[in-house]
Write a protein that binds this ligand. Structure first.
Ligand code: XMP
Length: 318
């Protein structure tokens, strides 16, 4: 529509004028915001943009491959994918405290990103997919939100990072960003994708993060998301994901007793993530998802559905 097109047209001009012939580095997360920012900037300045995507090993099933396909193959954007899976998993060994996990992941992320940026030469600008709500939240929430959960979306970069910021989406809300993304030809897979926390699956694996537990959760989560799409309810939900609980429960298979993992399913509706209501999931969808997870993911014998709203519960379990 007209507003989206005029936003894009004006942004391209602004970006071109601001950047001139300098180089721009962009940390791609695979999420909507950084994706739209990257494609918009690429459209304005082409190869002066270089994107870096860090595979932390804590991403959703096949997410790293999808990012490569879309950005490198389809959009022909300069992209470096850093395989840092071992680094993150090694640092998370034995760690169970959620804030400790966040701290480690945040630090390691900056380190990996910084190392990679150095290899790629000198950049003047750092592009970020900061939205209007991020700007507001980082200004007004100095207290509770910073201590309840240390989000590292805004202002998370150390002072040693000597870049000028390029934030072309600073004035937009999420739905406007999605419209801009669609207009730019970014596939629905990315545009419609639910938000994903920076620390990734580490905060959806309660207890210790091990390669086996990551794999188990990725499989369960992939089945969940696939079925939400099959039932055509994915887009009615703000965020849906599987959580791996740190307990085992008794089950029965044939005449054998099992003692296996529990998967909790979370699905919420929300307009900004600040408050949220649990999603009234149709029983048929729940039944199919539960059956498939228990039958297809070895080591899971129980699935539960989270019926808590925010507040007082948070969207994530950690
Ligand atoms: P909560 O769990 O606080 O989540 O209700 C609100 C929104 O924030 C996301 N979230 C995070 N995002 N780093 C992030 O980048 C984090 O540490 C983090 N913790 C929660 C969550 O997925 C939801 O969209």
């Amino acid at each position: 529509d007209w507003t989206t097109q005029s936003f894009i047209k004006e942004s391209l001009e602004t970006i071109k004028n601001k950047v001139g012939n300098k180089r721009v580095l962009c940390g791609l997360s695979g999420g909507v915001d950084s994706s739209v920012a990257a494609v918009l900037i690429h459209k304005a300045i082409g190869d002066q943009l270089h994107c870096v995507f860090v595979d932390t090993g804590l991403l959703r099933y096949r997410e790293a491959e999808e990012v490569e396909t879309v950005f490198r193959k389809h959009f022909k954007i300069n992209l470096t994918v850093v395989d840092a899976r071992e680094r993150f998993l090694n640092r998370l060994k034995g760690v169970v405290d959620p804030e400790e996990k966040r701290k480690i992941i945040g630090e390691e992320f900056i380190r990996v990103f910084e190392e990679e940026a150095k290899k790629l030469g000198k950049f003047h600008f750092l592009a970020q997919g900061t939205l209007y709500p991020d700007v507001i939240e980082s200004v007004s929430f100095k207290g509770p939100s910073a201590t309840i959960k240390s989000h590292h979306n805004v202002g998370g970069l150390p002072d040693t990072f000597d870049f000028e910021l390029l934030e072309p989406l600073r004035e937009l809300f999420k739905d406007e960003v999605r419209q801009v993304g669609r207009e730019l030809g970014i596939p629905d897979l990315i545009i419609e994708r639910h938000p994903f926390p920076g620390p990734g699956l580490a905060v959806r694996i309660l207890g210790e993060v091990t390669p086996e537990r990551v794999e188990l959760l990725q499989k369960a989560d992939a089945i969940y998301i696939e079925e939400l799409n099959t039932f055509k309810i994915y887009n009615a939900i703000w965020q849906a994901f599987a959580v791996l609980l740190p307990v085992r429960t008794v089950g029965v298979m044939g005449d054998q007793r099992t003692y296996d993992h529990v998967i909790a399913l979370r699905a919420v509706t929300s307009s900004d993530g600040m408050t949220a209501d649990w999603y009234r999931m149709p029983y048929e969808a729940l039944a199919k998802i539960s059956n498939r997870i228990i039958n297809e993911v070895a080591g899971v014998n129980r699935v539960v559905y989270d019926i808590s709203s925010k507040p007082p519960a948070t969207i994530e379990w950690e």
